[in-house]
Design a protein around this ligand. Structure first.
Ligand code: BGC
Length: 612
């Protein structure tokens, strides 16, 4: 068996059933199911398995392997940008991979995926929208639909047609490093905003083609926001990739409804998480994938596994491959050792450990999505060179920033700041730092530091522009001269440094000593102090907030810092509400469905937010 397989492995996918000159699957006037059936009739087992393979572009040993193994999909993992990280660099890179795939025996185009989770933030110069937690605070589905549409335009402008977004996780513990990727802990809000995102992203390329523009990927199926502290199977993390306690009622009533809505909204790919239900990794659960997702919810798209997730299933790589595919994973984000994956999967089918019907089902699901994207047809990947970071998209992002600012405290109506205010002093590490205000998943996986994003506006710059005749004094560390008169208002822009995934798991999310000192110094240099929190999650501020005159949660607003000033100066009203409860102390964690672990009230309940 081994010898036969390795011969097949060496042969790649050069041989297979003869294909006529103009095969029906290339004819866009017949139905997609006919096209898929026709294409599949020519495909060898290895070609079908090739379609099930998703690899990180930097793991591709040779470009010609795309053709040789008829690889189904490639991705840029976070930070895996082209060397020339511009629109042109992306177009060139993606095109080179897609053209190679079109040279394969059957010419099946590959799908290229990225995480454009707050806009196409991989590319400097793109519009960076507020992270999802801010959109959850806006509660505005139409706004989310427009943002997803704008993100699709910016993706298509770089040749990318697949986005690993939106996030459907519902966080129960603010110590988790992925809270900001989520809309809310409320399934009703997640269903509503998630559906709007899917519709906006997938949109349509244009009435003439009727094809999807960018494939959405609700993730992570299922329960990834409900993992328990110190249960991670990744030894560097605490919550991320951890265990979610099994409870069939909670599965059905709490976690499942948003995915039901996602399926109804036309999602064609869904990513399974790296977490476990009890002791079972989701990617290994035939019950959750085959039964619950595909049969009970009627999901007809394809299931993609998360980064290396298949190999996190206990057992040898060969055994894990069998478990995951039989559980219903259709596309495997290997993302490294693709030759081994193809070899293992082929061998498992030949030895009868994976039924061939399962491979056919997976290939059919993937190919159907590719046809719906119009990848086989001409002129669908229109690459506009004006969409990336366009004025229109930046204005939309600025509106979203304003709509996501939650006003927690406003003693004696200090906000909005009135025209007659003479002097404002501004301090804090996040006041003039676009990297910090954009958070993780911005150019790099763990984000960036400083003002490197072309076209972006820092919060300080936004305030300067909005301040009119008011004098603005800035000192990052609040070192203002004690001999000069106090300012009327001090604004401290403080909070978290960027992080992503389990790297951001934090046993005590709170303000640093350095931030607290800046606030103290600013207080003595100003009559009143307003604290703006740049943060991916609620922070423990129970004692500190008493010393502030006003507090605003800005979340991670992204490239358009001007939106913060819009609400501070009353050009727009404060309308946002907390999309999740804000705990008073750590003993309240986890907060499951609004109930704190110690039954004491949170500092602010979900949907709290002052208006003015
Ligand atoms: C994350 C996913 C992401 C994938 C691809 C993983 O580490 O868990 O959410 O889509 O990487 O970048």
């Amino acid at each position: 068996m081994l010898i036969t397989s390795s011969i097949i492995f060496l042969w790649g996918t050069e041989d297979g059933p003869k294909v006529p000159k103009n095969p029906p699957y290339l004819n866009s006037s017949i139905s997609i199911s006919e096209r898929v059936n026709n294409l599949m009739s020519y495909m060898t087992l290895e070609e079908k398995i090739g379609q099930m393979t998703l690899i990180e572009k930097n793991s591709l040993l040779e470009t010609k392997d795309i053709k040789k193994y008829a690889l189904g999909a490639l991705l840029s993992g976070a930070g895996a940008n082209p060397e020339n990280n511009t629109r042109e660099g992306w177009v060139e890179m993606v095109d080179s991979f897609v053209s190679e795939s079109k040279k394969s025996r059957l010419g099946i185009p590959l799908l290229y995926g990225v995480d454009a989770i707050h806009g196409h933030s991989n590319v400097p110069g793109a519009t960076v929208f507020p992270h999802a937690i801010g959109l959850g605070a806006s509660g505005d589905a139409e706004l989310v639909r427009k943002i997803a549409r704008a993100t699709a335009e910016e993706l298509v402008a770089t040749g990318v047609r697949w986005n690993y977004s939106p996030t459907y996780d519902m966080p129960e513990d603010i110590r988790w490093g992925r809270v900001y990727e989520t809309f809310s802990d409320d399934p009703i809000m997640v269903s509503k905003l998630g559906a709007a995102y899917i519709q906006g992203l997938q949109g349509e390329m244009g009435s003439s083609t009727g094809t999807i523009s960018v494939l959405a990927t609700p993730k992570h199926f299922i329960g990834a926001g409900g993992t328990l502290w110190e249960t991670s199977t990744n030894e560097s993390y605490s919550l991320d990739q951890g265990r979610t306690p099994i409870n069939e009622a909670k599965l059905r009533n709490h976690y499942l409804p948003p995915f039901q809505k996602a399926v109804e909204s036309g999602a064609l790919s869904i990513m399974v998480g790296l977490n476990s239900w009890g002791d079972t990794k989701i990617a290994a659960s035939e019950y959750l994938i085959q039964q619950v997702l595909k049969e009970d919810l009627g999901f007809t798209g394809f299931v993609v596994s998360d980064w290396h997730g298949v190999y996190d299933i206990p057992g040898t790589d060969y055994e894990s491959t069998i478990t995951a595919i039989n559980a219903g994973v259709d596309m495997v984000m290997a993302p490294f050792e693709y030759k081994n994956f193809i070899k293992d999967a082929s061998e498992a089918v030949r030895s009868g450990q994976i039924p061939e019907t399962r491979i056919d089902d997976a290939a059919r699901r993937i190919l159907t999505a590719k046809f719906k994207l119009g990848l086989f047809d001409q002129n669908t990947d229109q690459q506009s060179d004006t969409a990336l970071g366009s004025t229109k998209n930046r204005l939309l992002a600025r509106t979203a920033v304003a709509q996501s600012q939650v006003l927690l405290k406003n003693d004696s109506g200090i906000l909005p700041i009135r025209n007659e205010v003479g002097t404002i002093r501004i301090s804090g590490k996040a006041a003039d730092n676009i990297g910090k205000q954009s958070g993780g998943w911005t150019v790099e996986w763990q984000g960036i530091d400083g003002n490197e994003l072309p076209g972006a506006t820092s919060i300080l710059t936004g305030i300067r522009k909005a301040a009119g005749n008011t004098e603005i004094q800035f000192d990052e560390n609040a070192n203002f001269s004690s001999s000069s008169p106090k300012a009327d208002i001090g604004i401290a822009v403080v909070g978290e440094n960027p992080y992503a995934e389990g790297v951001g798991d934090n046993d005590n999310p709170s303000l640093s000593e350095e931030d607290l000192l800046i606030i103290e110094k600013l207080k003595s240099a100003s009559e009143k102090v307003v604290v703006i929190l740049i943060t991916g999650r609620p922070l423990i501020i129970t004692d500190e907030i008493n010393n502030w005159n006003a507090a605003v949660v800005a979340w991670l607003p992204g490239s358009e810092g001007g939106g913060v000033a819009d609400v501070l100066f009353g050009h727009k009203p404060f309308t946002a509400k907390l999309p999740l409860p804000w705990p008073a102390h750590l003993e309240q964690l986890p907060i499951a469905q609004g109930r704190t672990a110690d039954n004491t009230p949170p500092l602010f309940p979900r949907y709290f937010g002052l208006t003015n």
